[in-house]
Structures are given as C-alpha cells and as structure tokens.
Design a protein around this ligand. Structure first.
Ligand code: GDP
Length: 588
C-alpha cells in the first residue's frame, strides 16, 4: 500500500483529517463515534489524538508528521483530487456607494437574461449565474458589507474574483479601500471596473493613478491588475469585463471535486409561509440533489425541492452553483457551512454534534488525547445521560452545568450536555432532544404552551425548576434510572422430591419433604440432581394435606405446583433449592 504522510501543524480538524485520509467526514465521525469518541466536523484534534485515531483505524501506511509553520488554510480551498473538474468562477462585485455596483449587476442581468429569454427577476436573490461565451459565471449579490464581514468571519472564502467598481469621476473612496482589503484577505483575484466613463469629468487615467496609490498597479502600466473602463449604465465594455473574468478564471484553474459528498455554504435563509425554511446555498464541492441529506450548523435537511436562481427546478447542482432549497428543519445561519450526510440518522447525529460543539465552544472543548483515551476506555460500559440546559442568564446556565458535572456517577454514567442556552425553552431544544433520551432542563425560564405540546407529542421530557437542588435531584434520579439494577438473591430452603405427579412443558406438580428453611408461593427453585443443575422453576402454590397453605417449614411434607420456562424431567430424589431474587434499584 502507498505510504502517506500527513503533516499536522499544532492540530488538525476532523474535516481536514478525513480529507487527508481519503475518508468522508461522515465516515470518520462514524468511526470515531463507534469508538466512543464524540467529535464534530470542525473540532480540532491534537497530534497525539490523530495518531490514536489512525492506529484505531488500522491505517499502517499513514504517517503523521509535526509541522511547525502556520500556513493559512481555508475550508473551501481544499486539496483537489486529480479527478477535479473545472467550475465557474464565483464573483463578488464591491465598491464605494453610488459607484455603480447595482447598475452593473442590473445591466448584466438584463442583458444576459433577456438574451436567455428567462423573464424578469422579481424576488431578491443572493446569488445568480450568467452565461457568457457559453460559460457560466456565478455572481454573489453583496447587499451590504455586513454580509462580507460574516463570510469572512466564518472563514469561508467563497469568492474567487472580486470586481471592484470605481467611478471614474470620483476615484478611490473609503469603501473602495475596504473592498481592496477584503479581496486581499480573501485571497481573491481583483479586477477593477472603472465605471461611468460616459460621464463628463470621467478620467480613467487619474483613477488608475489613484488605484496604484492604493497598491493596485494596472496591467497597462506594467502591473498585474486588470482594469476595464466601462459604463454600466450605457452597457459599454461589459462583454470585455466578462471576458476578463473568464480569463482570470482560466489562469486560476478553478476546479472542484464532484465525486465527494456535497458541501458548500449557506448564503441566505428565511421562512416562507407554506414552504417553511427557504435556504440559498452555494455548492462548493460534490453534487447536490433533491432527496439528499445535508447538515448545516445544528440543523439538517432532506432536500425537498431545489430551484436554480431563477426559480426553475434543478435536478442537480454542481460546484459554484447557487440553489434555493427547502427541507431544513430549522433555519440554518448565514455563513454556515453545509455538508452532505449519508442518511437521516447520520445527518441528525452530525447536527446534534454541531450543536454540542457550539455549546462547548466557549469552553474551547477540543479533543485532546487524554479525553480521547478516557472516552475510549469507558465507552463500552457507560451509559450516557443527555441534557439540554436553558437558563435565564448565562450565570445560571453555568452553575447548573457545573453542578451537574459534580454529580458522582461512579464512572458508570457519562453526562452529555447536548446544548446550553439562555432563554425560554424553544422548538429547537425539543427538536434536538427528540428520540435520544434527552432531558431538557430549564432553570428560571418558562415553556411556551405550544412547545409543551410539541414536547408531549415527541415524548421529550421538559422540566423547569426555580431551585437548583431540585433540578440536580431530578438529574440524579434520571441517572439512577440509567444504572443497571442490582440483582440480589437470597437462599430460603431445600426440599427433597418424594413424588412427581405431573411434569408438563411448563409446569410441574410434585411432593416432598422440606429439609431446611421453608418454601412459600413465589419462591424460585433450582432443580439439582446429583449436584447437577437442571433448571429453574417458580413455585406458584404450596399444599399441605391437599389444602393450599402459605408456607411449609423444615420437617414438613407437602405438595408444590411450579412453573418452568422449559420442560424439566423432575424425578424422585431430586433436590429443590429455594431462593428469592430481587432486582434492586441502585442509587448514586
Ligand atoms: P451602487 O450604490 O454602487 O449600487 O450604485 P448604483 O448602481 O445605485 O449607481 C448610483 C448612481 O450612478 C445611479 O444613479 C446610477 O444610475 C448611476 N450610474 C451607475 N453607473 C453609471 C454609469 O456607467 N454611467 C452613468 N452616467 N451613471 C451611472
């Protein structure tokens, strides 16, 4: 088998490790899960942990290496396989207010969609695709700078090319500089559209000089930035601008793998009456299809409908394609990354794990090798008590969590805090708790009536307390219920069989003498012949001189009726050793 070396600089995310190992994230998380390791897609694993996992997976051909550089890696610019295919460029148009961004996009849309006879665009769209020279270009609509701030914050550098619009009669302005900085931080290629050249007072050369003052050297002057003078309003030179976008895309060799689980980013989400959650996503890898399961943040979807940006049904969405999908249980957040899961169960689990990771984030709950070993060691015989904690203020949530962790579970119960939050118990809490033996605790918060109904319907225990000790008692009680009961047996007496009146498949009637102790209805009996155990029976009634009695004591003779689970061929001379068996609830 081919040797493979994976370099780890400090730590590696589950996602990165899966990629490096050539496993799908789902597969790796699944394997981890089977080994009792609860990890999330974005969770960072240290070197030792990664090594343990590789050993656990039996991957002898994989070698880990510590790397000391801190290279910037982006989730979306993953290592591509040699099967990666060319994808359309993702372009954002940015620039100072009033310099003509909206006009440029409108003109392009009108121009191209009219050519395509696609009709008018009515709804607000966050991304769309145009065809130029028979090739697609994906435009991200950037309504405000907040959107970009959010994308940047999520570390998702979707944008391949930033078109910076500068008005030729106004020059470089604060938001122009912001756009330049964004493009640089996003590692995106810059193309400048020098706009409004139809205007009196437009000065392309001065604008170029202005731009070079800000670090953008025009190609004409020996620099490396393509600058196209245009008039967005008069539809001048727009084809040339699109040509330049495609040329830049070619030079960048933009590619993506399609034979991987689908992944991408949520770029817009809202609720619509009758449709529920309507979510715009941009696919960055793999292929999205209706019916597939995808996870985004702490929610997931079975994709019910998928439409292209013009609202037409789309069967398959390949990388760089924006689509609108329905089917999410809850609205995912703008900037959430999505990833395909192989089935609903996995999707659910991944969403839950993401929720948990988000809850743990403040405590920066990354898996270390110590945690990992502990989890692996206890994984087989511990039971998990899942809780969701809601409180009126962060302080109360923290103290409930801390106190819960203090409960000594004798190493037999693992407390799993699925999520925590401030505020009343909501739909999401109940949804997350459903089907997984999870108790939702509220401390000093309330449960809206509809949420109570939903919880009752889904069989989710939702309990609110105002006194922390009562909450803790309840949790302790729940954990005690999870403990295996203790079986206690007590010897009661012995009887020697003197006569067998009937042995049937599941019942015996026999008589004998009590040698020690006593026998009562309800006792269990081990049937012994020459010190050999033949089976177990349950005494249903005891008779003395053909009358039902409550007890026969040592020295007395009488008859017994017994039930057995399988036939026992009782014989004269056999011994019945009576005992009682109780299962005793254990306490913590
Ligand atoms: P945004 O704020 O960057 O989206 O700018 P807009 O697209 O809203 O444009 C601001 C103003 O400039 C509008 O009145 C446009 O009609 C005008 N405008 C945009 N592009 C051009 C152009 O190429 N030539 C002329 N003359 N006016 C333009």
């Amino acid at each position: 088998m081919e040797e493979k070396t994976i370099q780890i600089a400090g730590s590696i995310t589950v996602d990165e490790l899966a990629n490096a190992l050539g496993l799908s994230v789902t597969e790796l998380i699944g394997t981890l899960f089977k080994n009792g390791i609860v990890a999330t897609i974005n969770q960072r694993l240290d070197y030792e942990t990664a090594q343990i996992i590789i050993d656990e997976l039996g991957l002898e051909n994989v070698k880990l290496e510590r790397k000391n550089t801190s290279t910037k890696t982006s989730n979306f610019h993953r290592e591509l396989s040699d099967k990666a295919v060319t994808r359309p460029p993702v372009v954002a148009v940015m620039g100072h207010v009033d310099h003509g961004k909206t006009t440029l996009l409108d003109t392009l849309l009108h121009k191209k969609t009219v050519e395509d006879e696609a009709g008018g665009i009515t709804q607000h769209i966050s991304a769309y695709q145009l065809k130029h020279n028979d090739r697609l270009i994906t435009f991200l609509d950037t309504p405000g700078h907040e959107a970009f701030a959010a994308i940047r914050q999520h570390g998702a550098m979707l944008t391949d090319i930033v078109v910076i619009v500068v008005a030729a009669d106004d020059g470089v302005k604060p938001q122009t500089v912001e756009a330049i900085n964004f493009a640089k931080s996003a590692n995106a290629k810059i193309i400048v559209a020098i706009n409004k050249i139809d205007r009196e007072g437009a000065d392309v050369n001065r604008t170029m000089a202005d731009l070079s003052q800000h670090g953008l050297q025009p190609e004409e002057w020996g620099g490396d930035i393509v600058m196209v003078p245009i008039s967005a309003k008069m539809n001048q030179n727009l084809d040339q601008l699109l040509d330049m976008i495609l040329l830049t895309a070619d030079i960048e060799e933009l590619k993506a793998d399609v034979n991987i689980p689908a992944e991408g980013l949520v770029i817009e989400s809202h609720m619509e009456v009758g449709k529920g959650s309507v979510v715009n996503v941009l696919v960055t890898g793999g292929e999205l299809k209706t019916g597939k399961f995808i996870v985004a943040g702490n929610t997931y979807a079975k994709i019910r409908t998928m439409l292209d940006w013009q609202g037409k049904p789309k069967g398959k969405a390949t990388p760089s394609t924006p689509v609108t999908i329905t089917g999410f249980k809850e609205l995912p957040n703008f900037g959430d990354r999505f990833i395909e899961a192989k089935d609903e169960k996995t999707a659910r689990k991944m969403a839950l794990l993401n929720a948990q990771a988000a809850a743990d984030e403040s405590a920066s709950a990354n898996v270390t090798s110590g945690d990992l070993l502990r989890m692996m060691n206890v994984a087989d015989n511990t039971k998990t008590f899942n809780v969701i904690i809601k409180g009126d203020v962060l302080g109360s949530v923290t103290s409930v969590v801390d106190s819960l962790k203090m409960i000594d579970t004798k190493g037999e119960i693992t407390l799993n805090i699925v999520s925590t939050g401030v505020g009343d118990i909501n739909e999401n809490d109940v949804y997350m708790a459903a089907g997984d033996n999870t108790v939702v605790y509220g401390f000093n918060v309330s449960v809206p009536v509809n949420i109570n109904k939903m919880a009752a319907r889904d069989g989710v225990p939702v309990r609110t307390y105002k006194v922390i000790y009562e909450l803790l008692d309840d949790a302790k009680h729940e954990m005690e219920n999870l403990l295996d009961a203790e079986i206690v047996e007590e010897d009661k007496g012995e009887l020697k069989v003197l006569g067998v009146f009937r042995t049937e498949k599941t019942s015996i009637i026999a008589g004998g003498e009590v040698l020690t102790g006593d026998v009562k209805p309800g006792y269990l009996a081990r049937v012994i012949r020459n010190k050999k155990y033949l089976g177990e029976a349950e005494v249903t009634s005891v008779q003395k001189e053909k009358m039902d009695v409550n007890v026969l004591v040592a020295g007395e003779t009488g008859g017994l009726a017994m039930n057995t689970t399988s036939k026992i061929d009782l014989q004269v001379g056999d011994r019945l050793k009576f005992f009682t068996r109780e299962s005793k609830k254990r306490t913590l």
